[in-house]
Write a protein that binds this ligand. Structure first.
Ligand code: NAD
Ligand code: IPM
Ligand code: MN
Length: 357
């Protein structure tokens, strides 16, 4: 048996962090004999420079044919001037669409060992364990848009947000099912006091909630949710929300864990699932060997769990990350005096040391 993994490093720190995660997966494969087979493909600005497109057909074909995709990150200032369809970010948006990845899972767990690194007071952050279920291929990201037009003598641009009932239903059902394996609470986040799409969203979630009497469902406006995350994050179990709100709230929630470099994600849908850290290509630190690889390594753990059904291997990776942190290894984003400062490579080695021991 072989399991095909397409690795798409992308730009910026993408290569450094996916190299780290592949090293972990290779060690896992030695121990658990999964039969992993890796293929590397280009995407983002790197692909644009080579082929004139941020998402080559060959990359999409490889992703579709794989058992799972491990993605790094795309983007960088040097490509910001490009036309919207040629920008590096088109690569990840195009892959999500091509693979029908309508669910994005972003689990935020404040590990006890890192609770003091949270920008929140330790007593507020400690115990945070929530799952953001972000709708990923609809809403304003994929609606009609106009980059520039003249209207009453002035230039304007617009983006259209739209959601259909089936789109809201499928993400809601996913969130409800996920909550059953957790603490059975779903908070739906919208802006239904203002937006029509949010009113349809809330109506649909409210109706579906009747099918899940075992799940406690509540609703929050997104502005209030942003505040609640900062004052009382432990109240949340599963948060289900639209593409744009999920993007914004997940960066806020990520940093509760101490660093955005800790937060993994899984994107799930109609064909191959894709795993990526929630952070970007971090151009400010790219090439320095100091990026925190944990988010990508934890994304690899999600890959083992969700795409390959290798729960024991996934647990082993998660535990190895926690053990390395407990031993005091820290990349600069999490470093404090008295700990052991390491770069991407050093952190990866510290984690590898606890796999198959
Ligand atoms: P970013 O997440 O790349 O960086 C924000 C800050 O967090 C930076 O200071 C960065 O150094 C730090 N950071 C991020 N990941 C880190 C890690 N693993 N270890 C240590 N520090 C880390 O966000 P940005 O600066 O807003 O965006 C940079 C580029 O990345 C843009 O082109 C953006 O479009 C793109 N982006 C891509 C993805 C993706 O590929 N999925 C996600 C977000 C942003
Ligand atoms: C993310 C990123 C992407 C998004 C960008 C790079 C298109 O911010 O994965 O969170 O907005 O979805
Ligand atoms: Mn984002």
């Amino acid at each position: 048996m072989t399991k095909k993994i397409t690795v798409i490093p992308g730009d910026g720190i993408g290569k450094e962090i996916t190299d780290a995660a592949v090293a972990v997966l290779k060690k896992i494969d030695d121990v658990y004999q999964i039969g992993l087979e890796f293929t590397w493909k280009d995407a983002g600005g790197t692909a644009y420079d080579k082929y004139g497109t941020p998402l080559p057909d060959d990359t999409v074909a490889s992703a579709k044919a794989a058992d799972a995709v491990l993605f790094g990150s795309v983007g960088g200032d040097q490509w910001d001037h490009l036309a919207p369809d040629l920008r590096p970010e088109r690569a990840i948006l195009g892959l999500r669409k091509a693979l029908g990845l309508y669910v994005n899972l972003r689990p935020v767990k404040v590990m006890d060992v890192l609770a003091e690194y949270s920008p929140l007071k330790e007593e507020i952050a400690k115990g945070t364990d929530l799952l953001i279920v972000r709708e990923l291929i609809g809403g304003i990201y994929f609606g009609d848009k106009c980059e520039s037009e003249m209207h009453n003598g002035v230039e304007r641009a617009w983006d259209l947000e739209n959601y259909s009932i089936p789109e809201v239903e499928r993400i809601t059902r996913f969130a409800m099912t996920a909550a059953r394996k957790r603490r059975s609470k779903v908070t739906s986040v919208d802006k239904s006091n203002v937006l029509a799409t949010s009113r349809l969203w809330r109506r649909t979630v409210t109706r579906l909630a009747e099918d899940y009497p075992d799940i406690a469902v509540d609703h929050l406006y997104v502005d209030n949710c942003a505040m609640q995350l900062a004052i009382h994050p432990t109240q949340f179990d599963v948060i289900v929300t639209s593409n744009l709100f999920g993007d914004i709230l997940s960066d806020e929630a990520a940093v509760l864990s101490g660093s955005i470099g800790m937060l993994p994600s899984a994107s799930i849908g109609e064909s191959t699932s894709l795993y990526e850290p929630i952070h970007g290509s971090a151009p400010d630190i790219a090439g320095q060997g100091i990026a925190n690889p944990c988010a990508t390594i934890l994304s690899a753990a999600m890959l083992l769990r969700y795409s390959l059904d290798e729960d024991a291997a996934a647990d082993a990776v998660e535990q190895a990350v926690e053990t390395a942190l407990r031993e005091g290894y820290r990349t600069p984003d999490l470093y404090r005096e008295g700990f052991t400062k390491v770069g991407t490579e050093g952190m990866t080695q510290a984690i590898l040391a606890h796999i198959g021991e």
